[in-house]
Design a protein. Structure first.
Length: 564
């Protein structure tokens, strides 16, 4: 074991070497400040519920955007005062001197040596961070492995796209990297030339997806690599230019404020143009297939459906009225099309259909648009014109219905989760996207493009977005049978507990007070969660609502629809 004093002196030499590289670095963009959320409200029941994000998520999704560090960045390299070390620094694995092996025992093909031309640019416009891809690194990309010795055993749970389950055994996410084992103070190397575009310098409980101390580096040709769970703050900083084989930290087990929470290992991830890539294929340069369909994309509407019912408030509570329309799919969205007019759009039998009242009777008509959606959410653009965001065949689509004409275009993002659309002042369509337990934020960009931002939050499978004022939408979700409010703070998105329990389908509306209201279809009752005197309260009404539910605010009050 190396004496502590010698460790410190070795680190000082490393810091001095890194400082030379910093002179050529490009200062990364700072984290933009978002809109300030409304004053926080108290919890009526159980004010300190279990933090849903406190679990150790070993399978993080990739971060959607390259520029800017994801956490605060205090000085990661305090300079000790020991003399210059007398022993050499460790070196990376470079074939043929060190020949790493695949899990089956066969040797990995080394990268051909080359120095790529750096662009330092973000992923191409319209690319998606949400779809696993099987893309290899160019044959002449480099030849350095991320640690030496390279020990990747391929055990279950360490492999790319291995599943992650919650306490009930339900799959909530996938492992988007690979885990390599190592020893105490084992060095971690940059696998190729690049620029540091993000990381965590001092792990806290708010670490994004539980990466602990970590570094994200952008490389040529749209590739980005991540090195997570480092033993201490990374040696490089945002904006530094690094070179293949440069030491960027030491292997550890850091996560969520604890330097020793996990067994010592390196979590290594790769993305190409924002899409997740199999790290082993990247390292070997093996020829592979094109982008795969994202996990969870079925290519067909969800089964279910049933009788469509309309639910309105009465003097004594809520009442449900059958529309007489049967839906063969549970993929539907309710939209206000007038002061007291609504429409329900449903994707069934491979078509987009609209259910509305015509001449005093509920009718269902075919829009003429082919749509085989697995999730769908829409808003009105004025009168009967609408905009939708829909998930079809693992892609997020933008659907517009104007003056009886229907079109759909690809947003440029692969996606297979659930979408909740919301309109902000000025008419812009925004949305919250949930996939594999992670929450993303979609907003329009210049040139007709769409930007996806990783909120860093772990949420439940149901998220409903709502606009209640400010510069960003809010949302409601259920995590581990608890209701949470989603807000954007000054720098980060936050998951705020209401203290209320829930066990059914959830939808949200604007409460008219700058705070959202959540409507929850419990097994035998309709629950309404709202803030009264700055305290979240829950009212239950005796009304069984089968299936999923969607609510819309009209000029005469809230109207809900369910199908089951």
């Amino acid at each position: 074991m190396i004496p502590p004093s010698r460790e410190r002196t070795a680190r000082r030499a490393l810091v001095a070497a890194t400082a030379l590289v910093v002179a050529f670095g490009v200062l990364a963009a700072g984290v933009p400040a978002g809109a300030t959320a409304d004053p926080r409200v108290a919890a009526a029941v159980d004010p300190t519920p279990t933090d849903p994000a406190a679990g150790p998520p070993e399978g993080p999704e990739p971060t959607p955007t390259l520029p800017g560090p994801v956490d605060s960045t205090p000085d990661p390299t305090p300079t000790p005062s020991e003399p210059t070390p007398t022993e050499p620094l460790p070196t990376p694995s470079t074939p043929p001197g060190s020949t790493p092996s695949d899990p089956d025992g066969s040797p990995l093909e080394p990268w051909a040596p080359s120095t790529p031309t750096l662009t330092g640019q973000s992923p191409v416009a319209g690319s998606s961070p949400l779809a696993p891809a099987a893309i290899a690194a160019p044959a002449a990309f480099g030849r350095v492995y991320p640690t030496n010795p390279w020990v990747y055993n391929g055990r279950p749970g360490t492999r790319y796209l291995d599943t992650r389950e919650n306490a009930e055994g339900r799959i909530v996410r996938r492992h988007m990297g690979i885990d390599a084992q190592g020893g105490v103070r084992q060095p971690i190397f940059a696998v190729a030339d690049g620029i540091v575009v993000g990381g965590t310098w001092g792990t806290t409980r708010q670490d994004q997806h539980g990466f602990g101390n970590q570094v994200q580096i952008a490389h040529a040709e749209g590739f980005t690599t991540r090195y997570a769970h480092l033993a201490e703050a990374p040696f490089v900083r945002a904006g530094d230019q690094v070179h293949a084989g440069q030491i960027i930290g030491y292997m550890g087990g850091s996560q969520r404020g604890d330097l020793y929470r996990l067994d010592r290992h390196l979590h290594f991830e790769v993305t190409k143009d924002g899409r997740s890539v199999d790290p082993l294929m990247f390292l070997t340069g093996a020829a592979t297939a094109d982008v795969t369909t994202p996990a969870g994309a079925t290519g067909a509407p969800l089964a279910g459906g049933g009788q469509l019912s309309e639910i309105r408030a009465t003097d004594t509570g809520y009442a449900s009225t059958a529309t007489g329309i049967h839906l063969s799919s549970s993929v539907f969205t309710a939209i206000a099309t007038g002061p007291d007019a609504t429409a329900v759009l449903v994707s069934e039998e491979g078509r987009l259909k609209v259910v509305s009242v015509v001449d005093g009777a509920w009718t269902k008509a075919d829009t003429g648009l082919a749509l085989n959606a697995t999730s769908m959410s829409g808003v009105s653009t004025g009168g009967t014109d609408v905009e939708l965001l829909a998930v079809e065949d693992g892609r997020l689509l933008h659907v517009v219905g104007a003056q009886g004409q229907w079109t759909k275009t690809w947003t440029g993002h692969y996606f297979s989760g659930t979408v909740s659309a919301v309109r902000l002042p000025g008419g812009q369509l925004h949305a919250m996207l949930e996939q594999a337990g992670y929450l993303y934020y979609l907003q329009p960009a210049q040139g007709g493009l769409w930007d996806v931002t990783d909120t860093g939050l772990i949420v439940g499978p149901q998220v409903d977005a709502v606009y209640v004022g400010g510069g960003a939408p809010e949302g409601m979700t259920v995590v581990d049978d608890r209701v949470y409010r989603i807000v954007r703070g000054e720098l980060t998105w936050e998951l705020l507990p209401t203290g209320l329990a829930a066990s059914g389908a959830l939808t949200a509306i604007d409460g008219g007070t700058g705070l959202p209201i959540a409507m929850i279809a419990e097994p035998q009752a309709l629950s309404v969660a709202r803030v009264v005197d700055r305290v979240w309260t829950r009212s239950a009404y005796e009304l069984a609502i089968p299936g999923r539910v969607d609510a819309v605010a009209t000029g005469t009050g809230t109207v809900m629809y369910s199908a089951g």
